[in-house]
Design a protein around this ligand. Structure first.
Ligand SMILES: [Zn+2]
Length: 162
């Protein structure tokens, strides 16, 4: 029993020693790179840009930004088109309402409309729906839970029939 314990102890000691040795060699390596002649104005041989270029990050970041900008522009163009459709009285009502709902979704994607954390009426958390009081105002929505949304729909229907 005692023998096993000492062997275990030795194993642990050995791994600790290995770890210390590897740390020491990493330090030594750094010291060697420090000793090499550095280009003017460089704090180390590889700065962040070099490293990111090596990893393909720099190029990737640029294209990502451009793609994001193009995507936002495409969303905005689509939003404009659907707002126009929702105002086009020559189109059937179901097409206009569909475009208004889609325009609201696009507005939310673009950050023009912010979704609250809970239902605006009852403050319950959970799945929220965008309620349109008037489809002629596609971006004017109230975020309601399904229960409150059905109440709001009844209110709109009564207002229209009155
Ligand atoms: Zn609610």
């Amino acid at each position: 029993m005692k023998d096993r314990r000492t062997r275990l102890h030795v194993d642990i000691l050995y791994s600790v020693q290995l770890l210390l040795f590897s740390l020491a060699s990493v330090r030594a390596g750094r010291a060697v790179t420090r000793l090499r002649k550095l280009p003017a104005g460089r704090s180390s041989i590889l700065d962040f840009l070099d490293l990111s270029a090596l990893l393909g990050l720099h190029h990737g970041l640029r294209t990502m930004k451009r793609r994001k900008r193009d995507h936002q522009r495409a969303l905005l163009a689509r939003l404009t088109r659907h707002v126009e459709i929702s105002h086009d009285c020559l189109r059937p009502r179901r097409i206009r309402t569909r475009s208004a709902r889609y325009a609201a979704a696009l507005g939310e994607m673009l950050g023009l409309i912010t979704r609250p954390r809970c239902c605006v009426w009852c403050r319950r958390r959970g799945r929220l729906q965008r309620h349109h009081w008037d489809y002629a105002e596609p971006l004017n929505v109230t975020f309601l839970c399904p229960d409150c949304h059905s109440v709001a729909d009844v209110m709109v229907a009564r207002a229209q029939s009155a």
